[in-house]
Design a protein around this ligand. Structure first.
Ligand code: ZN
Length: 93
């Protein structure tokens, strides 16, 4: 049996992460008991992986077009558009 230590994606806590069932596509979901947030280690779509949203915004700020961003990050153009149209979270301002 192989034990995999999973650290929380949001707070980095490795001690309070519990398995929390399967997503509909079969990927294992985890829940952090410290910050009460849930996450997965693997996603079906690359656009859901952590850090992709920030890369889309950074590329837009550096003058990359939508098609350019979609090709480089290997995500759909519509995903790039919807990410750019979303309002920033109040906590990040
Ligand atoms: Zn956490």
């Amino acid at each position: 049996m192989v034990t995999i230590t999973v650290s929380c994606r949001y707070c980095g806590n490795p001690d309070q992460v519990r398995r929390k069932g399967l997503a509909t596509n079969g990927h294992q979901r985890y829940k952090c008991e410290a910050c009460k947030r849930s996450f997965q280690l693997a996603y079906t779509h690359r656009a859901h992986e952590p850090g992709i949203k920030e890369e889309v915004i950074e590329m837009a700020l550096n003058g990359s077009g939508i098609r350019d961003t979609a090709r480089v990050l290997k995500i759909n153009m519509n995903t790039v558009m919807s990410t750019l149209k979303k309002k920033p979270r109040q906590s990040s301002l």
